[in-house]
Ligand binder design. Structure first.
Ligand code: UDP
Length: 320
C-alpha cells in the first residue's frame, strides 16, 4: 500500500518512513521543513518506493492530489517543542488546528484512513498518574502559551473523533509520550538531545526548575512499530492509544545518566523556569502513560531501555 506521511521529514516521520518502506509499502512524505530536516530523509531520497514533497499541508491542491493517490494518511505534521510553542504561539495554533482540519477534510473526501499523531500534553496538569486514555485533561489558563499546544492537539483529536462518529471516517489516535531517538533536535526544547549535545560539547547541562519533575522516555523505534500495528488493526479504528515507556526518571537523574554515558566532564546547572521559558511557565511534575490498551490490542511492549536509546542518540551526535 502507498502511505502518505505528513511531517515525513521530521524526527518521528523519518523513522516511520523507514519502517513503512521496510514493511514493503510505498511512501510519500510531505514536509515544509519548518522543523523537519532534509538530512533526516536524505538516505531515502532517490529510492523508487519513496517520494518527498516539499510543501505545507495547508496547500489543499497539493494535499488533495497526494491523498487521492495514497491508501492511508499518517498525520504527523505539527508545531512541536515547548520552547517553539512558547516562542511562536500563532504558528503553533494555526499549524495544528488548520493543518489537521485540512488533512481530515481531504481524507474524508477520498475515505482514507487517518492515523493522527497526538501527545501526552493532552493530559495537561493532571495528577492522575499513570494517565489513562479516558482520563481528564487539566489545562492551564489561556494566558500561558504552553497550553496552546495541548489545546490545539485536543482540538485535533476532537475533530478526528467527530469525523469518525459523524461521517464514518476511519481514524486512529496515537498519543506519544516523550519520544526520543537519533535525529531528534534540541532546537525546539526537547531535553534528551539537548543534554547529549551539551555533554558532548563540554557545556553545562541545563536542568530546568528543581529537576525533580519526571518523564518516561520512549524509543522512537518502539513507538513507530506500535503505530504500524495500530494502523493495520481493525479494532483500533475510532480509538485513542497512549504510546510510551513506563520507565520513569527525574530530569536531574537524566542529566546524571547522560553525563555518565558520555563520560563528559560537564557540570549540571539549574535554570529557573521563568528564565528557560517565560514568566509564569507551568511544567508537569510527573508524566507516566498507562499503556494497557495498546498492550491488550497489539501486544505493545517497549523493547528498548532508556540507556539503549541514550547510547544510540550519543552515537548519532558523535557521527554528525
Ligand atoms: N528540560 C530541562 N532542560 C532542558 C530542556 C528541558 O530541564 O534543556 C525539562 C523540561 O522543563 C521538562 C523536561 O525536561 O520538565 C522534558 O522537557 P521536553 O521539552 O523534552 O518535553 P515535555 O515533557 O516538556 O514535553
Amino acid at each position: 500500500m502507498k502511505a502518505l506521511i505528513t511531517g515525513g521529514a521530521g524526527f518521528i516521520g523519518s523513522h516511520l518512513s523507514e519502517a513503512l518502506l521496510t514493511a514493503g509499502h510505498q511512501v510519500v512524505a510531505i514536509d515544509d521543513l519548518s522543523t523537519g530536516a532534509e538530512a533526516n530523509i536524505r538516505h531515502l531520497v532517490g529510492r523508487p518506493d519513496f517520494q518527498f514533497v516539499l510543501e505545507t499541508i495547508t496547500n489543499e491542491t497539493v494535499m488533495d492530489r497526494l491523498v487521492s493517490e495514497c491508501g492511508i494518511v499518517y498525520h504527523l505534521a505539527a508545531a512541536v517543542g515547548v520552547e517553539l510553542i512558547v516562542r511562536d504561539p500563532v504558528h503553533t495554533i494555526e499549524t495544528n488546528v488548520l493543518g489537521t482540519s485540512a488533512v481530515l477534510r481531504i481524507a474524508n473526501r477520498y475515505r482514507r484512513k487517518v492515523i493522527l499523531a497526538s501527545t501526552s500534553e493532552i493530559y495537561g496538569k493532571s495528577n492522575a498518574v499513570p494517565f489513562r486514555e479516558d482520563g481528564d485533561g487539566v489545562m492551564g489558563p489561556t494566558t500561558r502559551s504552553r497550553w496552546a499546544y495541548a489545546n490545539s492537539k485536543a482540538m485535533d483529536e476532537f475533530l478526528a473523533l467527530a469525523y469518525h462518529k459523524q461521517r464514518g471516517l476511519p481514524v486512529v489516535i496515537c498519543r506519544f509520550f516523550n519520544t526520543i531517538g537519533p535525529r531528534q533536535t534540541g532546537r525546539y526544547g526537547m531535553v534528551a538531545p539537548r543534554f547529549v549535545h551539551q555533554a558532548l560539547a563540554g557545556e553545562p547541562l541545563t536542568v530546568y526548575g528543581d529537576g525533580q519533575q519526571s518523564r518516561c522516555f520512549a524509543d522512537v523505534l518502539d513507538v513507530v512499530g506500535a503505530v504500524l500495528k495500530l494502523a493495520e488493526h481493525p479494532r483500533a479504528v475510532g480509538e485513542v492509544f497512549n504510546l510510551g515507556s513506563t520507565e520513569e526518571i527525574t530530569i536531574m537523574d537524566l542529566a546524571r545518566r547522560v553525563i555518565a554515558l558520555t563520560g563528559s566532564a560537564s557540570p549540571i546547572v539549574m535554570v529557573p523556569y521563568e528564565q528557560a521559558y517565560e514568566p509564569g511557565f507551568e511544567d508537569m511534575h510527573r508524566r507516566v502513560p498507562d499503556i494497557t490498551r495498546a498492550q491488550e490490542l497489539i501486544g505493545y511492549r517497549p523493547r528498548y531501555s532508556l540507556d539503549d536509546t541514550l547510547r544510540r542518540i550519543i552515537v548519532h551526535f558523535r557521527e554528525n
